[in-house]
Design a protein around this ligand. Structure first.
Ligand code: FPP
Length: 293
Protein backbone atom coordinates (compact mmCIF):
# COMPACT_ATOMS: atom_id res chain seq x y z
CA UNK A 1 0.00 0.00 0.00
CA UNK A 2 1.34 3.45 -0.83
CA UNK A 3 2.05 5.61 2.19
CA UNK A 4 -0.44 8.27 1.04
CA UNK A 5 -3.22 5.64 1.10
CA UNK A 6 -2.47 4.61 4.70
CA UNK A 7 -4.69 5.82 7.51
CA UNK A 8 -3.31 7.57 10.58
CA UNK A 9 -3.86 4.33 12.52
CA UNK A 10 -1.74 2.42 9.96
CA UNK A 11 1.03 4.98 10.35
CA UNK A 12 0.85 4.95 14.16
CA UNK A 13 1.18 1.15 14.06
CA UNK A 14 4.57 1.69 12.39
CA UNK A 15 5.96 3.52 15.45
CA UNK A 16 8.23 1.49 17.73
CA UNK A 17 6.45 0.00 20.79
CA UNK A 18 8.16 2.61 23.01
CA UNK A 19 7.00 5.44 20.70
CA UNK A 20 3.47 4.01 20.63
CA UNK A 21 3.33 4.01 24.43
CA UNK A 22 4.29 7.68 24.57
CA UNK A 23 2.04 8.59 21.63
CA UNK A 24 -0.96 7.11 23.46
CA UNK A 25 -0.36 9.62 26.28
CA UNK A 26 -0.59 12.54 23.84
CA UNK A 27 -3.68 14.45 22.77
CA UNK A 28 -3.88 13.71 19.02
CA UNK A 29 -5.87 16.93 18.54
CA UNK A 30 -2.95 18.98 19.83
CA UNK A 31 -0.06 17.65 17.77
CA UNK A 32 1.93 20.75 16.71
CA UNK A 33 1.26 21.90 13.14
CA UNK A 34 4.84 23.04 12.70
CA UNK A 35 7.96 21.96 14.58
CA UNK A 36 11.26 23.75 13.96
CA UNK A 37 14.51 22.17 15.14
CA UNK A 38 17.97 23.62 15.79
CA UNK A 39 20.09 20.51 15.36
CA UNK A 40 23.16 21.12 17.48
CA UNK A 41 25.91 19.02 18.99
CA UNK A 42 27.28 16.99 16.07
CA UNK A 43 30.83 18.13 16.80
CA UNK A 44 30.56 17.37 20.53
CA UNK A 45 29.04 13.96 19.80
CA UNK A 46 32.10 13.12 17.70
CA UNK A 47 34.54 14.72 20.17
CA UNK A 48 33.23 12.60 23.06
CA UNK A 49 34.04 9.49 21.04
CA UNK A 50 37.43 10.84 19.88
CA UNK A 51 36.10 10.84 16.32
CA UNK A 52 36.51 13.48 13.62
CA UNK A 53 33.77 16.14 13.49
CA UNK A 54 32.56 14.97 10.10
CA UNK A 55 31.48 11.64 11.61
CA UNK A 56 29.23 13.61 13.96
CA UNK A 57 27.62 15.30 10.97
CA UNK A 58 27.18 11.93 9.28
CA UNK A 59 25.36 10.55 12.34
CA UNK A 60 23.37 13.80 12.45
CA UNK A 61 22.10 13.13 8.94
CA UNK A 62 20.92 9.65 10.07
CA UNK A 63 19.03 11.26 12.96
CA UNK A 64 17.23 13.58 10.50
CA UNK A 65 15.66 10.62 8.74
CA UNK A 66 14.45 8.93 11.95
CA UNK A 67 12.92 12.13 13.25
CA UNK A 68 11.15 13.19 10.08
CA UNK A 69 9.66 9.71 9.61
CA UNK A 70 8.27 9.77 13.16
CA UNK A 71 6.89 13.25 12.50
CA UNK A 72 5.07 11.97 9.43
CA UNK A 73 3.70 8.90 11.26
CA UNK A 74 2.12 11.01 13.97
CA UNK A 75 0.78 13.61 11.52
CA UNK A 76 2.99 16.70 11.94
CA UNK A 77 2.32 18.67 8.75
CA UNK A 78 5.47 20.84 8.81
CA UNK A 79 8.96 20.20 10.14
CA UNK A 80 11.75 22.70 9.53
CA UNK A 81 15.37 21.83 10.27
CA UNK A 82 18.25 24.27 10.62
CA UNK A 83 20.72 22.30 8.52
CA UNK A 84 23.24 24.94 7.44
CA UNK A 85 23.29 28.58 8.45
CA UNK A 86 24.72 31.56 6.59
CA UNK A 87 27.11 31.87 9.53
CA UNK A 88 28.17 28.20 9.18
CA UNK A 89 28.93 28.96 5.55
CA UNK A 90 31.00 32.05 6.36
CA UNK A 91 32.71 30.99 9.59
CA UNK A 92 33.49 27.27 9.36
CA UNK A 93 36.65 25.95 7.70
CA UNK A 94 36.22 25.35 3.95
CA UNK A 95 36.89 21.63 4.44
CA UNK A 96 33.93 21.31 6.86
CA UNK A 97 31.64 23.37 4.60
CA UNK A 98 32.59 21.20 1.63
CA UNK A 99 31.94 18.08 3.67
CA UNK A 100 28.50 19.33 4.74
CA UNK A 101 27.62 20.08 1.10
CA UNK A 102 28.70 16.60 0.03
CA UNK A 103 26.78 15.08 2.94
CA UNK A 104 23.64 16.98 1.95
CA UNK A 105 23.82 15.65 -1.60
CA UNK A 106 24.44 12.08 -0.42
CA UNK A 107 21.64 12.38 2.12
CA UNK A 108 19.14 13.55 -0.50
CA UNK A 109 20.10 10.97 -3.11
CA UNK A 110 20.21 8.02 -0.72
CA UNK A 111 16.99 8.87 1.13
CA UNK A 112 14.71 9.81 -1.75
CA UNK A 113 13.05 6.37 -1.80
CA UNK A 114 12.42 6.51 1.95
CA UNK A 115 10.99 10.01 1.56
CA UNK A 116 8.56 8.76 -1.07
CA UNK A 117 7.75 5.58 0.89
CA UNK A 118 6.91 7.83 3.85
CA UNK A 119 4.94 10.44 1.87
CA UNK A 120 7.40 13.21 2.83
CA UNK A 121 7.83 16.30 0.65
CA UNK A 122 11.17 18.11 0.63
CA UNK A 123 11.48 21.90 0.49
CA UNK A 124 14.09 24.52 1.35
CA UNK A 125 14.43 27.99 2.79
CA UNK A 126 17.49 30.24 2.72
CA UNK A 127 19.73 31.89 0.16
CA UNK A 128 19.99 28.54 -1.59
CA UNK A 129 20.94 30.00 -4.98
CA UNK A 130 24.33 30.91 -3.43
CA UNK A 131 25.11 27.22 -2.77
CA UNK A 132 27.37 25.36 -5.26
CA UNK A 133 25.56 24.62 -8.54
CA UNK A 134 25.80 20.82 -8.20
CA UNK A 135 24.29 20.94 -4.69
CA UNK A 136 21.55 23.24 -5.90
CA UNK A 137 20.73 20.87 -8.77
CA UNK A 138 20.45 17.87 -6.43
CA UNK A 139 18.24 19.90 -4.09
CA UNK A 140 15.94 20.82 -6.97
CA UNK A 141 15.83 17.20 -8.12
CA UNK A 142 14.87 15.98 -4.60
CA UNK A 143 12.16 18.64 -4.28
CA UNK A 144 10.72 17.68 -7.68
CA UNK A 145 10.92 13.95 -6.92
CA UNK A 146 8.87 14.38 -3.72
CA UNK A 147 6.59 17.24 -4.78
CA UNK A 148 3.45 15.12 -5.07
CA UNK A 149 3.74 13.71 -1.53
CA UNK A 150 0.97 14.88 0.77
CA UNK A 151 2.30 14.07 4.26
CA UNK A 152 4.88 16.03 6.23
CA UNK A 153 6.77 18.81 4.46
CA UNK A 154 10.40 18.62 5.53
CA UNK A 155 11.92 22.06 5.01
CA UNK A 156 15.69 22.25 5.21
CA UNK A 157 17.01 25.68 6.12
CA UNK A 158 20.19 25.94 4.05
CA UNK A 159 22.48 28.94 3.82
CA UNK A 160 19.77 30.40 6.03
CA UNK A 161 19.92 33.38 8.38
CA UNK A 162 16.83 34.97 9.84
CA UNK A 163 18.08 38.55 9.71
CA UNK A 164 19.01 38.20 6.04
CA UNK A 165 15.56 36.65 5.43
CA UNK A 166 14.00 39.77 6.97
CA UNK A 167 16.26 41.99 4.82
CA UNK A 168 15.17 40.05 1.71
CA UNK A 169 11.52 40.40 2.76
CA UNK A 170 11.87 44.15 3.34
CA UNK A 171 13.39 44.58 -0.12
CA UNK A 172 10.35 42.83 -1.65
CA UNK A 173 7.86 44.78 0.45
CA UNK A 174 9.46 48.16 -0.31
CA UNK A 175 9.73 47.38 -4.04
CA UNK A 176 6.02 46.42 -4.09
CA UNK A 177 5.09 49.56 -2.22
CA UNK A 178 7.18 51.74 -4.57
CA UNK A 179 5.46 50.13 -7.59
CA UNK A 180 2.07 50.81 -6.03
CA UNK A 181 3.08 54.43 -5.33
CA UNK A 182 4.07 54.89 -8.97
CA UNK A 183 0.76 53.40 -10.16
CA UNK A 184 -1.22 55.68 -7.89
CA UNK A 185 1.08 58.63 -8.68
CA UNK A 186 1.63 59.27 -4.99
CA UNK A 187 4.81 59.69 -2.93
CA UNK A 188 5.96 56.44 -1.27
CA UNK A 189 5.54 57.98 2.21
CA UNK A 190 1.77 58.27 1.61
CA UNK A 191 1.54 54.46 1.39
CA UNK A 192 3.64 53.60 4.44
CA UNK A 193 0.49 53.28 6.54
CA UNK A 194 -0.51 50.29 4.37
CA UNK A 195 2.47 48.33 5.61
CA UNK A 196 1.52 45.77 8.25
CA UNK A 197 2.72 42.50 9.80
CA UNK A 198 0.94 40.45 7.15
CA UNK A 199 2.84 42.18 4.33
CA UNK A 200 6.10 41.18 5.97
CA UNK A 201 4.99 37.61 6.81
CA UNK A 202 3.91 37.15 3.21
CA UNK A 203 7.35 38.22 1.95
CA UNK A 204 9.32 35.79 4.17
CA UNK A 205 10.62 32.46 2.81
CA UNK A 206 8.05 30.79 5.07
CA UNK A 207 5.00 32.63 3.65
CA UNK A 208 3.25 29.36 2.80
CA UNK A 209 3.66 27.77 6.26
CA UNK A 210 2.07 28.36 9.65
CA UNK A 211 4.45 29.79 12.28
CA UNK A 212 6.20 27.10 14.34
CA UNK A 213 4.27 25.99 17.43
CA UNK A 214 7.32 24.34 18.91
CA UNK A 215 11.06 25.01 18.57
CA UNK A 216 13.42 22.26 19.73
CA UNK A 217 17.11 22.85 20.34
CA UNK A 218 19.46 19.98 21.09
CA UNK A 219 22.76 20.00 23.02
CA UNK A 220 21.61 22.28 25.83
CA UNK A 221 22.51 25.68 24.40
CA UNK A 222 19.99 28.39 25.30
CA UNK A 223 20.20 30.31 22.04
CA UNK A 224 18.07 30.89 18.94
CA UNK A 225 21.09 31.47 16.67
CA UNK A 226 19.37 33.61 14.05
CA UNK A 227 16.68 30.99 13.27
CA UNK A 228 13.15 32.06 12.23
CA UNK A 229 13.24 35.15 14.50
CA UNK A 230 10.03 36.66 13.13
CA UNK A 231 8.13 33.39 12.95
CA UNK A 232 8.82 32.14 16.51
CA UNK A 233 7.36 35.17 18.30
CA UNK A 234 4.87 32.91 20.16
CA UNK A 235 6.47 29.47 19.75
CA UNK A 236 7.08 27.23 22.73
CA UNK A 237 10.79 26.47 23.18
CA UNK A 238 12.09 23.08 24.28
CA UNK A 239 15.79 22.58 24.99
CA UNK A 240 17.30 19.16 25.60
CA UNK A 241 20.88 18.28 26.59
CA UNK A 242 20.79 15.36 24.16
CA UNK A 243 23.19 15.86 21.25
CA UNK A 244 21.58 15.85 17.80
CA UNK A 245 23.11 12.56 16.52
CA UNK A 246 21.45 10.81 19.51
CA UNK A 247 18.02 12.39 18.90
CA UNK A 248 15.32 9.95 17.72
CA UNK A 249 11.56 9.79 17.20
CA UNK A 250 10.96 9.00 20.88
CA UNK A 251 12.68 12.27 21.82
CA UNK A 252 10.47 14.16 19.39
CA UNK A 253 7.47 12.62 21.19
CA UNK A 254 8.92 13.66 24.57
CA UNK A 255 9.24 17.23 23.31
CA UNK A 256 5.62 17.16 22.10
CA UNK A 257 4.46 15.77 25.47
CA UNK A 258 6.22 18.70 27.18
CA UNK A 259 4.65 21.13 24.68
CA UNK A 260 1.19 19.73 25.43
CA UNK A 261 1.69 20.46 29.14
CA UNK A 262 2.25 24.16 28.37
CA UNK A 263 -0.48 26.74 28.29
CA UNK A 264 -0.19 28.96 25.21
CA UNK A 265 -1.50 32.44 25.80
CA UNK A 266 -0.27 34.46 22.76
CA UNK A 267 -0.05 37.56 24.97
CA UNK A 268 -3.54 37.01 26.46
CA UNK A 269 -4.57 35.66 29.85
CA UNK A 270 -4.73 32.07 31.04
CA UNK A 271 -8.19 30.44 31.14
CA UNK A 272 -8.21 30.57 34.94
CA UNK A 273 -7.79 34.34 34.86
CA UNK A 274 -10.59 35.21 32.39
CA UNK A 275 -12.78 38.22 33.37
CA UNK A 276 -15.51 35.93 34.75
CA UNK A 277 -13.11 33.80 36.78
CA UNK A 278 -11.29 36.89 38.01
CA UNK A 279 -14.45 38.63 39.24
CA UNK A 280 -15.63 35.35 40.88
CA UNK A 281 -12.26 35.11 42.62
CA UNK A 282 -12.42 38.76 43.73
CA UNK A 283 -15.91 38.34 45.24
CA UNK A 284 -14.82 35.10 46.98
CA UNK A 285 -11.83 36.99 48.42
CA UNK A 286 -14.09 39.88 49.52
CA UNK A 287 -16.49 37.41 51.21
CA UNK A 288 -13.61 35.67 52.99
CA UNK A 289 -12.31 39.03 54.19
CA UNK A 290 -15.84 39.90 55.47
CA UNK A 291 -16.09 36.61 57.41
CA UNK A 292 -12.68 37.24 58.97
CA UNK A 293 -13.60 40.74 60.16
C1 FPP B 1 25.54 21.56 14.56
O1 FPP B 1 26.56 20.77 14.98
C2 FPP B 1 24.96 21.17 13.32
C3 FPP B 1 25.22 21.72 12.09
C4 FPP B 1 26.32 22.62 11.77
C5 FPP B 1 24.39 21.45 10.95
C6 FPP B 1 23.44 20.32 11.05
C7 FPP B 1 23.83 19.29 10.09
C8 FPP B 1 23.42 18.02 10.15
C9 FPP B 1 22.49 17.50 11.14
C10 FPP B 1 23.92 17.02 9.19
C11 FPP B 1 23.50 17.21 7.80
C12 FPP B 1 22.05 17.45 7.61
C13 FPP B 1 21.37 17.03 6.56
C14 FPP B 1 19.96 17.43 6.38
C15 FPP B 1 21.97 16.15 5.57
P1 FPP B 1 27.90 21.48 15.43
O2 FPP B 1 28.95 21.10 14.45
O3 FPP B 1 27.70 22.94 15.59
O4 FPP B 1 28.12 20.80 16.82
P2 FPP B 1 29.00 21.35 18.02
O5 FPP B 1 28.33 22.61 18.51
O6 FPP B 1 28.93 20.24 19.02
O7 FPP B 1 30.37 21.59 17.48
Amino acid sequence: MSSAAKTRADRIAELTPEEQRLYRELDPQRIPEHIAIIMDGNGRWAGKRLLKRFLGHQQGAEAVQYVVETAERIGVPWITLYAFSLENNLRRPKTEVNFLMKLLKTYLVSNIKRMNDNNIRIAYIGRTSELPADVHETMQWAADATSSNTGTTLTLALNYGSRSEIVDAMRTVIADLAAEARTQNKPLEDLLGNLDEQNISRALYTAHMPDPDLVIRTSGELRISNFLLWQIAYSEIYVTDRLWPDFRGIHLLEAIADYQRRERRFGGLSESSSDENLSEKLSEDAEAAHVLR
